[in-house]
Design a binder for this molecule. Structure first.
Ligand code: FAD
Ligand code: NAD
Length: 367
């Protein structure tokens, strides 16, 4: 009897190929996945070392090589989104024929779980530092010219510094330079800059060292990480954002994304918990946005208000949430996002559960 080969499950391991012209080297990665986008492609080229990572759900495909010859600074990345093809186009420094693409490094051509990959850092330049409140600053970092990296909505990066001889790593959530962007202007999302809003603690190990950085200094920044999925918001009708202190940071891109790209969105409410009035981050911008966009409402809640505070006071509680978090219609599709100090987030989630919201209707940003 003849052996009929059965159609095996399609091999979903990505692969790559390369070719050259006089001046260019083109590396083509076949991801074998539809819906590729620029956020899933992270490329770094330092000297002759090339690292290209493709994020495919919870897996990561990597090419990592010591290139055969030198290339010029900067490269292009082209993505054919529907067919899942990614091209990295390098510019040769010298007009020579390359016999090979390069010498493979340790993790070259591997396809493994994302969590097993380990973080990769590149040095970014501090280009500006501006005051947001009495203790919080907006840091603008510039990625190297030979890095292609975009931080997705809801994800964070790690910063790394050597403090007193020890490497210290802390997570921070990139934001936008402002809430009042002309959303159609792509220059704000140019991909070359990363904006971080960071509270400087008087006894904080990492933030004190960060505050000592001068304009022009360099700091190591990791690739993005985090388990928030944009698709959670994509079909929302009522979106509630519960933020405490710098827990506001993941809400910035989320706000922008919801108001510009979620067509189903009817109402968006930010409930922002702070100690005092002068701790409120971007208060003017939030109030202006609320005037500009009728779908958006902001409510400030202070835990240590002065006597003249006319707004809400206290901490997160069942009674406060039952008052502030309400569906706009009986059958509204709701998403509630929550971020702040761990006890705040835990209490918030518990209260929401008591109010009858399901796990699928909540997202907690945690470490
Ligand atoms: P630490 O040295 O860790 O201490 C911070 C302050 O708290 C100090 O004043 C210290 O005295 C006090 N403290 C420390 N431990 C305790 C304790 N157990 N009880 C009471 N007080 C204590 N922060 C931002 O500003 N912006 C962001 O965008 C941001 N994003 C984050 C994203 C994620 C996913 C996570 C998990 C955290 C994020 N953080 C963010 C917090 C950030 O990672 C650091 O924790 C923060 O900057 C403090 O670091 P530090 O080393 O300066 O302070
Ligand atoms: P803060 O000390 O200024 O407090 C702000 C508000 O949080 C308070 O007014 C109060 O309403 C609430 N709060 C504080 N402690 C509470 C407690 N024990 N129980 C209930 N409510 C409480 O806040 P901060 O210094 O700006 O700290 C912000 C926190 O958010 C940090 O712990 C930071 O790590 C965290 N954060 C997490 C992420 C993330 O996980 N993705 C992102 C950004 C910030």
């Amino acid at each position: 009897e003849k052996n009929i080969p059965c159609t095996s499950a399609r091999d979903l391991t990505p692969s790559y190929d390369w070719f050259q012209t006089d001046g260019l080297i083109t590396i083509v990665i076949y991801t074998k996945q539809k819906d590729m986008n620029a956020e899933l492609v992270i490329v770094d080229c330092q000297d002759k070392r090339l690292r290209g990572e493709i994020i495919l759900a919870d897996h990561s495909y990597l090419i990592e090589l010591d290139l055969d010859h030198a290339v010029r600074e900067g490269f292009d990345v082209n993505i054919a989104e529907k067919v899942g093809k990614v091209e990295i186009i390098l510019k040769k420094k010298d007009n020579v024929h390359w016999k090979v693409l390069g010498r493979p490094l340790e993790s070259h051509n591997t396809f493994i779980k994302r969590t097993d990959r380990g973080l990769f850092y590149r040095k970014c330049k501090l280009v500006s530092k501006t005051e947001v409140t009495h203790d919080t600053k907006l840091f603008c970092l510039m990625l190297p010219k030979s890095t292609h990296l975009q931080v997705p909505t809801g994800q964070h990066v790690y910063l790394k510094q050597v403090i007193a001889g020890t490497e210290v790593v802390k997570p921070y959530t990139p934001i936008l330079p402002s809430l009042m962007l002309d959303f159609k202007q792509p220059s704000c999302h140019d991909g070359a800059h990363i904006y971080l809003m960071i509270k400087i603690y008087s006894r904080g190990l990492f933030t004190q060292a960060l505050d000592r950085l001068q304009i022009g200094d360099y700091i190591s920044v990791s690739s993005p990480e985090g388990n928030f999925k944009k698709s959670q918001v994509q079909t929302s009708e009522d979106l509630f954002l519960l933020a405490a202190g710098t827990g506001f940071t993941p809400m910035v891109k989320l706000l922008n994304f919801a108001l510009t790209e979620v067509s189903s969105l009817r109402t968006l409410k930010l409930i922002f918990f702070n100690k005092k009035e002068d701790d409120i981050l971007w208060r003017n911008q939030l109030e202006e946005l609320a005037l500009k966009d009728k779908r958006f409402e902001v409510q400030f809640v202070l835990s240590e208000p002065t006597k003249d505070w006319g707004g809400k006071q206290g901490k997160i509680s069942l009674s406060l949430l039952s008052e502030c978090v309400k569906r706009s219609r009986k059958d509204s599709k709701v998403l509630i996002c929550i971020c702040g100090p761990t006890p705040f987030t835990e209490q918030g989630v518990e209260c929401l559960r008591d109010l009858g919201y399901s796990q699928e209707e909540m997202h907690a940003f945690t470490a």
